[in-house]
Design a protein around this ligand. Structure first.
Ligand code: ARG
Length: 458
């Protein structure tokens, strides 16, 4: 038999087609560092409880370390017939140090081994992604100084609504990414529970010390139930769910910027190095990177979907279906990584087209709500004020002018509480100054927030 790992009960070799069909080493080799680290910790624990002599443990650790270096140097030959990364490394160890290597798999199974390796991989990815999210946040915060004092039209339903400071806009995305970081951090707590030693599904009769392994590998706790653990891929689902939310945030931002880059909006010039041209139309400068960031969210969401469907019908405990989890998680993490790596320089390098934005701030009655609130402050009930200002907006619209272009008599006859002071309220700059509430776009509130963000990210 080509696979001596379980050769005993079998009377012949595995069909070649089955080997090709069932292998995972072509992709799970990505786990090799964690597999080796986990095995070293396992061997140390086996020595400490007296299952291995310290000499045997030293041989195993030295052998595993050497294998790790060979893999790193690209000098290791992964064999498909050995199925996965775990058996490839174990076989290489046995080839290297002989029979002592045959003791390593004592008190564990590939079921707890793969879960341990995968959790360590996810944990590392979470830490890396946190850094990338922080880089994008820094890029957004950096824009606040670049675009100081710039006013943007804020939209709801993609219709002009109220004015906002550009800095307020940049910090809005910082908040979204902060929640993404919080979700990842929370996910990490559940990822970081050690399954090793739960063995195949029921535990082991070998007197192992799981806590020692957890301490060695930096796990915060031990998974409590072997039967649960063997089937548990919640950590992968949760991680992909966090990644999906990040991808959705990036996708919404990218969509907004694709729109902003149009001639119709004329708000934004993405850095040219992040655009591509057309093979036929010479004038084209297309925001392809933004479009791809938007498009790649589909892959990430698809991965989450795949994992949910993969696990929805599985009984306890380990089922081979679970091997299908890794490629989806790898792809989701790689995709989000690539998007974040491009988002930071895109945010930093884009240019707000200030004149084009400013030239149309008078369109869309961005100050109408401020005028309504002015009326409320003069004692008019909100519903009445809403209707009064609505009528005035209707008049201005019909005439194609701003609210500030209406005659004072038109204001006073609409409501006797109104007088010349309306002109001190109207216009986007005054509207911005009139905001009061915590979390609003008033320059002082925004400056406070910017300071909070600079402090937080320093
Ligand atoms: N390659 C397998 C996986 O990724 C490792 C666990 C295999 N366990 C088993 N009983 N066949 O899930």
């Amino acid at each position: 038999s080509s696979n001596a790992t379980w050769g005993g009960v079998f009377d012949g070799a595995t069909d070649k087609r089955v080997e090709r069909f069932s292998e995972s080493v072509s992709y799970d080799r990505r786990l090799f560092e964690h597999d080796i680290r986990g095995s070293v910790a396992h061997s140390r624990m086996l020595a400490s409880v007296g299952v291995l002599t310290s000499d045997e443990q030293s041989q195993i650790e030295a052998g595993l370390t050497m294998i790790g270096l060979e893999i790193q140097a690209g000098q290791f030959e992964f064999r498909q017939e050995l199925e996965d990364v775990h058996m490839n490394i174990e076989r290489a160890l046995i080839d290297k140090i002989g029979d002592v290597g045959r003791k390593l798999h004592t008190g564990r199974s590939r079921n707890d081994q793969v879960s341990t390796d995968f959790r360590m991989w996810v944990r590392t990815e979470i830490d890396r992604l946190d850094g990338l999210l922080k880089d994008v946040q820094r890029a957004f915060v950096g824009r606040c100084a670049t675009d100081e004092g710039v006013v943007l039209p804020g939209y709801t339903h993609l219709q002009r609504a109220q004015p906002v400071l550009a800095a307020h806009y940049w910090l809005a995305y910082c908040e979204k990414l902060e929640r993404d970081r919080g979700r990842l951090a929370d996910c990490r707590r559940r990822v970081n529970q050690l399954p090793l030693g739960t063995a195949a599904l029921a535990g082991t009769t070998i007197p192992i010390d799981r806590q020692m392994v957890a301490d060695d590998l930096g796990f915060e706790g031990l998974v409590a139930n072997s039967l649960d653990s063997s089937s548990d891929r919640d950590f992968a689902l949760e991680f992909c769910s966090c990644l999906s939310v990040i991808a959705v945030h990036l996708s919404g931002w990218a969509e907004e910027w694709v729109l902003w880059s149009t001639t119709e909006f004329g708000f934004l010039k993405p850095p040219q190095a992040f655009c591509t041209g057309s093979s036929i139309m010479p004038q084209k400068i297309n925001p392809d990177v933004l479009e791809l960031i938007r498009g790649k969210s589909a892959r990430v969401i698809g991965s989450l979907q795949s994992l949910l469907v993969l696990t929805k019908g599985l009984p306890l405990a380990y089922n081979r279906d679970l091997q299908e989890d890794k490629e989806r998680v790898f792809d989701a993490a790689d995709t989000v990584t690539a998007c974040l790596e491009l988002a930071a320089p895109l945010v930093a390098g884009a240019e707000l087209r200030r004149e084009s934005i400013a030239s149309r701030l008078d369109h869309g009655y961005l100050d109408a709500t401020t005028l309504m609130e002015h009326l409320i402050k003069l004692g008019v009930p909100q519903r009445t004020a809403h209707e009064t200002i609505g009528k005035l907006v209707g008049v201005a619209m019909q005439r194609g002018v701003r609210l500030a272009d209406l005659e004072v008599q038109e204001f006073t006859s609409a409501c006797d509480k109104l007088d010349e002071s309306v002109y001190e309220v109207l216009g986007v700059d005054r509207a911005i100054e009139a905001f009061r509430s915590v979390g609003s776009t008033h320059p002082d509130r925004v400056a406070e927030q910017e300071a909070v963000w600079r402090e937080r990210l320093s």
